[in-house]
Unconditional design. Sequence first.
Length: 322
Amino acid sequence: MARIKYYYDTETCKYERLKVSAWDVIINTLGFLFVCLIFSAGLVLVYMNYFQSPREAYLEKENAQLELYYELLSKELDQTNAVMAALKERDDNIYRVIFEAEPTPIARVNYAETAKYKNLLDKGFDSDELIKGTLIKVDNLKKQMYSQSKSYDEIAKLAKSKTQMLASIPAIQPVSNKELTKLVSGFGMRIHPIYKVKMMHTGCDFSTPRGTPVYSTGDGVVKTVATNLGGYGKEIEVDHGYGYVTKYAHLDDFNVREGQKVKRGELIGYSGNTGSSTAPHVHYEVIHDDKKVNPVHYFFNDLNPTEYEKMLEYAEVENQSL
């Protein structure tokens, strides 16, 4: 039962019954509701600031884990980048030095490219820089891996080419000479066998019986098979590529034809006494970049250091060529 309220009327000097209008009820109700709303809002704010909901606690834990994973990933990327740097250093300072190639350029991300992350990141989150840094490291690593893979492809080609080059460069004596006694005249000023005056001798003479096998000193293609009445007599020229040509002169017979491919150590002819020659022998020349060079420096494949020193001594004797 609602309580009845009275008020004292000074004019009538009586207590009159207080009449409450519907409007008063509405205002009072609205006021009460407003106070309740303010109080509730305050409670919600206090709760939100000092207490976490299960969902917020879960998200916060998840974010902490993600940040930890990003940090671990960043460390892994740093270690991987260090490995890539070591591979590049080995590539530049070992492999490319061996194959006489230029160092590879450093592959780096153009930081102007990081604008592509602008829409993805830059949202004001604390983790933006961490994510951005990780993405940049990933891009760096991808570019370095691509650059290094291309470099190794090039190294593989260089290795193959180097193998071919090493097989092609003249590296043995043109005749069997285990006793080191067949080299009778070396490269340099020597007495001409016919004119009896000192002239430039552009090769090495190996004294051998007629018909002694003569071998190609490197892989190549037979460039010339010719017979001259004087001069070199019967001669063979082998083009080894890489600027190298070898000449075998005063032969008795041939075992190859022009255009034929030959391997190092392959029989190409037989020693003789043709052309301007005074005794059976093989005149051997090495031509590099159109310049005749001392052949004795190209016997390294079948001589040990001691034998090489002996060959140098024999080649330096200023005697008469054959």
